[in-house]
Design a protein around this ligand. Structure first.
Ligand code: FAD
Length: 363
């Protein structure tokens, strides 16, 4: 049976919840369809030792401050999941978990949203499906030959998972190569290196650029905010955070770096059956590769709308899709609004999307 509603939000992570908060404030009838069986979006799947790079009061969704976590300046992922679950309940947001949307199509003056076990006709759709379900691994020659274990950031949980990899006589927990010079690469390399029993090599395309130690997510958000204000006021682009560096020196990264445990190598051009072949022709054996090489937006459900442009993005004006005015995109990255893919940053684009939809529905 097809149900009717004004707005369907696809995705019930932080971006979908922020959208729900603002749709409710606009008095709009909506539902949220979320593929995960439980609240928390991607946060429920991240690795054990991960902490936010901002304190709780700088990691909040609209309307409700994230409570501080006792004993932690930077909350862990469990705390974020609890916060999101509480947010969903507190605002009585109509989230259906375990409802994966397979397709959004045009259907006359409505959009048809097809989920696992329900179909919805909506006047507008907000897509907030994040990137976690679309890990990206580069096509490095020899990748298919490597006989060891390969995993992506999305599969990494804890150093002890490598315990059985160590091969006598070297022993230990194995030789792991972490690939990728961003925050995930730095944090996973540090997590493994600090565990002691793993031999870690960190391969990056260019030398890692650490942000100054006193800069955390607060400063990053301030830079993004200043940029947005300048752009809004027509003063030109003040530049994003990229000029400052790539890697937030969160405490474990700092500890591993300062102890000299982060052994960095320039990215290798080829894998072999037993490990790495470096640019100078030398070889290193490896038991596992962890690809911390990023994500792509999870937009397969929008394929019937035929909107995809370069790099798999959808062209947007604000949050609204240029090629389909009834569709908004939220989260994903700066291309849907400055800091849109952060906890504190998604509130503003969510508010703008809800206002825009309210106007569209009333006209
Ligand atoms: P997600 O959390 O991925 O939620 C998307 C939801 O959509 C999921 O529940 C999923 O089940 C659902 N979904 C997907 N496809 C479908 C479909 N077809 N149908 C229905 N539902 C679907 N941000 C910060 O502010 N501070 C930090 O410290 C920080 N650290 C980060 C560390 C890491 C390692 C990563 C990867 C990101 C970090 N971020 C941080 C960025 C960002 O806050 C998170 O990525 C966040 O999870 C993005 O939220 P989202 O709602 O856009 O996507």
């Amino acid at each position: 049976m097809t149900q009717s509603v004004d707005v369907v939000v696809v995705g019930g992570g932080q971006a979908g919840l922020a959208a729900g908060y603002h749709l409710r404030r606009q008095g709009i009838d909506f539902t949220i369809l979320d593929a995960d069986p439980a609240p928390g979006g991607a946060w429920q799947h991240m690795w054990d030792s991960l902490h936010l790079f901002s304190p709780a009061d700088h990691s909040s969704l609209p309307g409700r401050l994230m409570p501080t976590q006792p004993g932690e300046t930077y909350p862990d992922t469990g705390h974020v999941v609890d916060y999101l679950a509480d947010y969903e309940k507190r605002y009585d947001l109509p989230v259906q978990h375990g409802a994966r949307v397979g397709a959004v199509r045009r259907d006359g003056d409505r959009l048809l949203v097809e989920a696992d076990s329900s179909t919805w006709r909506a006047r507008a759709v907000i897509s907030a499906t994040g990137t976690w379900s679309r890990p990206f691994v580069p096509a490095v020659p020899g990748r298919g030959l490597f006989a060891g274990r390969q995993l992506h950031t999305v599969n990494y949980r804890r150093p002890a998972d490598f315990a059985e990899l160590g091969v006598p006589p070297a022993g230990g927990w194995g030789r792991v190569v972490v690939v990728g010079g961003g925050n995930s690469g730095a944090q996973i390399a540090a997590d493994l290196a600090l565990a002691g029993d793993v031999t870690v090599t960190w391969a990056t395309r260019r030398p890692p650029r650490f942000l100054p130690d006193d800069i955390d997510g607060r400063a990053l958000f301030d830079v993004a905010t200043a940029r947005r204000r300048a752009l809004d006021a027509g003063r030109g682009d003040t530049g994003g955070v990229a000029s400052l560096g790539d890697i937030v020196a969160v405490p474990p990264v700092r500890a591993a770096r300062d102890a000299g445990l982060l052994r960095v190598q320039p990215m290798f051009p080829r894998l072999t059956a037993t490990g790495i072949r470096w640019a100078d022709g030398s070889r290193s054996d490896a038991d596992a590769i962890v690809w911390c090489t990023g994500f792509r937006p999870a937009l397969a459900h929008l394929a019937p709308l035929d909107l995809r442009g370069p790099r798999g993005h959808v062209a947007t004006a604000g949050t609204r899709a240029v090629g389909e005015p009834r569709l908004h995109l939220l989260g994903y990255g700066d291309w849907t609004g400055p800091a849109s893919a952060t906890l504190i940053g998604v509130g503003r684009p969510a508010r703008d999307a809800a206002r825009d939809i309210a106007q569209q529905l009333s006209s």
